[in-house]
Design a protein around this ligand. Structure first.
Ligand code: C2E
Ligand code: MG
Ligand code: MG
Ligand code: MG
Length: 286
């Protein structure tokens, strides 16, 4: 490759090239070690019924409690995890931790039994031959029921699904798991593919929700996704709601469920537990 050759010829460039390679390997090793050492933490962002603010579910969002760098968001390590394959053990760790926590909420409050748990699945995870067995084993181990679990896949997964991928997604659906397309609208999902896959939830990407009040195009995309959801009998969830105007516009369009800082930020486990207890304590004994 010419660019690489040019870099190798320059002395300083050579050093930088090798140092970048080393850096990636070292960072991958550090990340895999972090998974093994339980340095990861799962935060939970509630998803609410827009009309009432009632919590319908929570999405698990990974954080890395780095011993030197502090709390890191997925933006700082998830791409590296995906490129190196470290996302496979990382993703299993997140699923296990999230199911365990949510199983605890269910055991505490009968009302919490209706809560859904969403967990993000990366393209690399979806490509694993043993994906279904891994998910099943974690559900068995934690006692979290398959029919309360949603797995979020990205548009890139559904763009050109091979038969093996479709088979795995169908097997997850057959277990009772729901599948959502995350960040919907940002990629190029062909509608024909969407119909062929066992997907039942579309999550409107935050970029469209952000512009809903004052950008006609963003508004049209939101409307189009809501209509698509109606036509395909899929649930539509809006992401990244930050203002009451955005929530109101989504309600007007017929979008029932949403997530965003206006309602709740992603919460560390003790705060998520407190919020869930607060909602469901009214149900107990009434
Ligand atoms: P996502 O799955 O689309 O998650 C939503 C992201 O938007 C989260 O960022 C959340 O904190 C943020 N968010 C939610 N509401 C608002 C809002 O009102 N305003 C703004 N500005 N942001 C909002 P986070 O936690 O940094 O995660 C970023 C992405 O990293 C996720 O996007 C997901 O694609 C990925 N990710 C997170 N956890 C995991 C994981 O366990 N596995 C995999 N494979 N990916 C993950
Ligand atoms: Mg997501
Ligand atoms: Mg999303
Ligand atoms: Mg997103």
């Amino acid at each position: 490759d010419t660019a690489l050759y040019a870099v190798k010829r320059a002395g300083r460039g050579r050093y930088e090239y090798y140092s970048t390679v080393m850096d990636t390997r070292a960072r991958e090793a550090e990340l895999r070690q972090a998974v093994a050492n339980d340095e990861l933490v799962v935060y939970f962002q509630p998803a609410v019924a827009l009309a009432t603010g009632e919590i319908r579910g929570v999405e698990a969002l990974v954080r890395w409690n780095h011993p030197a760098r502090g709390l890191l968001g997925p933006g700082e390590f998830i791409d590296l995890a995906e490129e190196t394959g470290a996302v496979v053990p990382l993703g299993a760790w997140v699923l296990r931790a999230a199911c365990r926590e949510a199983a605890g909420w269910r055991a505490e409050s009968p009302g919490a039994e209706a809560l859904r748990l969403s967990v993000n699945l990366s393209p690399k995870q979806v490509a694993q031959a043993d994906l279904v067995q891994t998910v099943e084993a974690i559900l068995t181990e934690t006692g979290f029921p398959a029919d309360r679990l949603t797995l979020e896949i990205t548009e890139s997964v559904i763009l050109q699904p091979d038969p093996l991928t479709i088979g795995r997604l169908e097997a997850l659906r057959d277990l009772g798991i729901e599948l959502a397309v995350d960040d919907f609208g940002t990629g190029y999902s062909a509608l024909s593919y969407l119909r062929r896959l066992p997907v039942t939830i579309l999550k409107i990407d935050r970029s469209f929700v952000t512009g809903i009040a004052d950008d006609a195009e963003a508004r049209s995309v939101c409307e189009a996704v809501v209509h698509l959801g109606e036509a395909f009998r899929m649930t539509v969830v809006a992401e990244g709601i930050e203002t009451p105007d955005q929530a109101a516009a989504l309600i007007d369009m017929g979008c029932g469920v949403g997530q965003g800082f206006y309602f709740y930020r992603p919460l560390p486990p003790p705060e998520a537990t407190a919020v869930i207890r607060r909602q469901f304590s009214a149900v107990v004994g009434s």
